[in-house]
Write a protein that binds this ligand. Structure first.
Ligand code: SF4
Ligand code: SF4
Ligand code: SF4
Length: 326
């Protein structure tokens, strides 16, 4: 009976990935699935493969103690796939590109790009859709850049909160918005704007390699990236939450060192609520001896809320794996 129960979520993910990808294969004129571009008809095989991948990840991640490992490596695999296709595309293998219209793979461009150009991009629309469907999962499963911060911060996590985090985050966000408006208003050439964006990305990479690695937590994502700040501030658009149970939590602080997003500090635990930088990644769940960390969704039990969250997030991750290209 338990075995059958464990298969429910993987099967649901398998079906949901099919539901997401079959219309893409049937309706989009230019093949979006990579294999279809090389061998007509092979896109169907790719859909089955990706759905199976989603099912396996779901099967493993049902166990809270396996979430951290599986999330880290599947997220990294997503990032490697994304960047290797970009590099192959840049070297002239056009089939690895989506539109071939290059944009900088720096998340900040999701915000600054549309402001500078005056119209939305495919990436911005994709970003907003995932915000609505899965809340902050963009910053724990879907962003090609965040996976690098995640890998860099695998060391021992510093327990003290990141100092002046919100002052830094808000300043960077406002500077990016203001900078993009000024560049547009002054009709600054695209090349100059691109160079500025590259500079922003290089500073981010520096933070990842030097600070996140030293601190053992994702300093780039929690204190610098403006898209992460938007994800934090708009968490209310999605009903999923992580809560700390009022009665069972013993303030032992064991969960603090599991959170790479600086969302389980002493003040957060005292308030019985993870900080705004929580991405619902689920890494902390297994660290709590009292089972106090729980997913919530209106009208559902904590178990069903978590399963629903895994269903949506893993399916989106798998589907994006098949589609995310530049
Ligand atoms: S904070 Fe920025 S870089 Fe990090 S995962 Fe989110 S969007 Fe990506
Ligand atoms: S509080 Fe838990 S779920 Fe939220 S970001 Fe930290 S580890 Fe992930
Ligand atoms: S590990 Fe559990 S009991 Fe300990 S502080 Fe965190 S939520 Fe509370």
């Amino acid at each position: 009976m338990r075995k059958i129960r464990l298969l429910r979520l993987p099967m649901a993910v398998f079906l949901f990935v099919l539901i997401l990808l079959i219309p893409v294969q049937l309706m989009v004129e230019n093949p979006m699935l990579l294999l279809e571009r090389f061998i007509p008809g092979a896109g169907w095989f790719e859909i089955i493969l990706i759905a199976l991948y989603g099912a396996i990840v779901a099967y493993k991640m049902q166990d809270p103690s396996k979430v951290q490992l599986w999330r880290r490596y599947t997220w990294l695999a997503f990032s490697i796939l994304f960047f290797s296709q970009l590099i192959l595309g840049l070297f002239g293998f056009e089939k690895f590109l989506m539109t071939g219209k290059l944009h900088l793979p720096v998340p900040m461009m999701i915000l600054a790009g549309p402001i500078y150009r005056g119209h939305l991009s495919v990436m911005s629309i994709l970003f907003v859709s995932t915000l609505v469907l899965s809340g902050p999962a963009w910053c724990s499963h879907l962003c090609y850049f965040g996976a690098i911060d995640s890998i860099s911060s695998t060391g021992k996590t510093r327990r003290l909160p990141i100092r002046n985090k919100w002052a830094l985050k808000s300043t960077v966000l406002l500077l990016v918005i203001a900078g993009a408006i000024v560049l547009r208003w002054m009709k600054v050439p695209a090349l100059t704007a691109t160079l500025l964006a590259i500079g922003f990305g290089v500073i981010g990479l520096g933070l990842i390699l030097l600070v996140s690695r030293k601190e053992g937590r994702m300093v780039h994502c929690t204190a610098y990236c403006p898209i992460g700040t938007i994800v934090n501030l708009t968490h209310f658009v999605n009903p999923f939450r992580l809560t700390i149970d009022q009665n069972s939590c013993t303030d032992c602080m064991a969960c603090t060192s599991k959170c790479k997003y600086d969302a389980l500090n002493r003040t957060d635990i005292a308030a019985r609520k993870p900080g705004l930088t929580c991405t619902l990644c689920g890494d902390c769940l297994s660290s709590c001896h009292a089972g106090s960390l729980q997913y919530r969704f209106p009208g559902l039990s904590t178990r069903s809320a978590r399963n629903l969250y895994l269903l949506i997030t893993i399916s989106l991750h798998a589907a994006t794996m098949a589609l995310a290209r530049i």
